[in-house]
Write a protein that binds this ligand. Structure first.
Ligand SMILES: Nc1ncnc2c1ncn2[C@@H]1O[C@H](COP(=O)(O)OP(=O)(O)OP(=O)(O)O)[C@@H](O)[C@H]1O
Ligand SMILES: [Mg+2]
Length: 421
């Protein structure tokens, strides 16, 4: 192409399209779609490859966006393609509160577990799981405290927290499996050694810990009943199997139970995944807003532990306030959100409604341009913040995937061209 000689500055030259384009992220990982800000080149991703290449310092992700803009489809495309390329080296574990992963699970041969009141699939969150014994005890103490806090709606007093912790430690060190029901019984009627270390009289101790005993009783008798209150009944092949989906749709419409059920299921999964650190695992928490809103600090601690064991956690959320609504105190909540976010270096941001854009821009440190884009992104298109870099990516689905991932068959029924590049 004949071009006349021009004298210019680097600043002007850099803005002359099409000669300027992002260098992209390379081709490690799986093809997700088109890099819109990278000249429509292919965009490839795998959290573990990016971690290995030091583009990321942790493999965790959040996927955030308004209802129906393609969060779940993006996650399903990622996990399905990772499975196709890396096979057994990417174990999949999905928390599925809407029961929308059945088709994907069947396609990939994943085991579906369906806890529901009165059902037969039961999960015991007090199972020891794998990995280091102390890690396992601390994780169970944290989970039990989070569940009790969820019921009581307030923080635990020091004596409540201590007694719950001692009871779990004592049971765990005995080596025998125990359940939340056993824990409730132990706290309602504490054994002598527990009374002794508490430095309270039996009566004082009983008084001080009655709220915890009642909360555990409520969890076993109502909130988690028939799902998380007894010994585990499902038999999962963690070593050789392709993965597991925990379908929590039985409690999706129960606003009180859902956060606790998601937290208990996530805890149990992470425990089981710790048993096999030589295989990398992707743990997807769909509709994570329900749990994260109430337990950002719990999830932050859990992410730190997961990293040691090769687990990448993917949180699917709607809006920035999902991170920050758990306390009334603005400073404390934004600190917790910032802490949790510092352990999640890949942020996939789909369209936000106008009233959320400013909060998202602040939370994710968006540039002026990204802030404008965030309110205008078409369905299936997202700003990917990966470590210190970013790209706008259109997720592209195959015809087969469109059918497998469809969550609004009842709404449109056909592909109406909304997702075309
Ligand atoms: N990139 C895409 N290409 C084609 N179809 C898509 C794409 N992304 C999403 N869809 C389709 O759009 C519909 C809604 O997408 P999806 O379920 O992923 O939305 P969501 O953001 O997870 O919504 P919700 O907030 O309700 O969970 C689905 O039927 C899905 O198959
Ligand atoms: Mg979804």
């Amino acid at each position: 192409m004949p071009v006349e000689w021009q004298r210019t500055t680097m600043a002007h030259l850099a803005s002359v399209y099409p000669f300027h384009s992002d260098v992209g992220f390379g081709s490690r990982g799986v093809l997700m779609g088109a890099n819109v800000t990278g000249g429509m080149s292919g965009f490839y991703f795998d959290p573990f490859e990016f971690y290995r290449l030091q583009i990321l310092t942790n493999p965790n992700m959040i996927v955030m966006g308004s209802v129906g803009f393609g969060k779940s489809a993006t996650v399903k495309a990622l996990v399905r393609r990772l499975k196709a390329v890396y096979g057994a080296d990417r174990y999949l574990a999905v928390i599925d509160p809407k029961g929308e992963y059945t088709a994907v699970a069947t396609d990939l041969g994943l085991t579906i577990v369906r806890p529901r009141p009165g059902g037969t699939d039961r999960i015991n969150p007090m199972d020891s799981g794998g990995g280091d014994a102390d890690d396992s005890i601390i994780a169970r103490q944290r989970l039990a405290a989070q569940l009790v806090v969820g019921v009581l709606g307030r923080d635990l007093t020091p004596i409540e927290d201590a007694v719950l912790g001692w009871a779990i430690e004592r049971r765990s060190r005995s080596g025998a499996t125990f359940t939340l029901r056993d824990l409730r019984d132990e706290i309602s009627d504490p054994p002598d050694d527990l009374v002794r270390i508490s430095r309270h009289s039996p009566l004082e101790l009983a008084r001080a810990t009655t709220p915890v005993a009642f909360a555990l009783d409520k969890l076993c008798a109502r909130t988690l009943r028939g799902m998380f209150d007894g010994p585990t009944t499902v038999d999962i092949d963690w070593a050789e199997g392709p993965g597991i989906v925990i379908d929590l749709s039985a409690v999706y419409n129960n606003n009180e139970a859902l956060p606790l059920v998601i937290t208990a299921a996530t805890h149990w999964l992470s425990g089981a995944l710790r048993d096999r650190p030589e295989r990398r695992s992707i743990q997807v928490i769909e509709e994570a807003w329900a749990a994260v809103q109430h337990g950002a600090a719990y999830f932050q601690a859990s992410l730190k532990l997961s990293r040691l064991y090769g687990i990448a956690t993917v949180f699917v959320l709607h809006r920035p306030s999902d991170f920050t609504a758990q306390t009334d105190d603005g400073t404390a909540s934004s600190k917790i959100a910032a802490g949790l976010l510092s352990d999640i270096q890949t942020r996939v941001l789909l369209r936000q409604p106008p009233e959320q854009v400013a909060a998202a821009a602040e939370l994710f440190d968006l540039t002026e341009r990204e802030r404008t884009w965030l309110g205008q992104l078409v369905p299936g298109r997202a700003i990917w913040h990966i470590g210190s870099r970013s790209a706008v990516v259109q997720t592209l689905l195959t015809e087969n995937e469109k059918v497998l991932f469809d969550t609004d068959a009842g709404m449109s029924g056909t592909d109406d061209g909304r997702f075309d590049v």
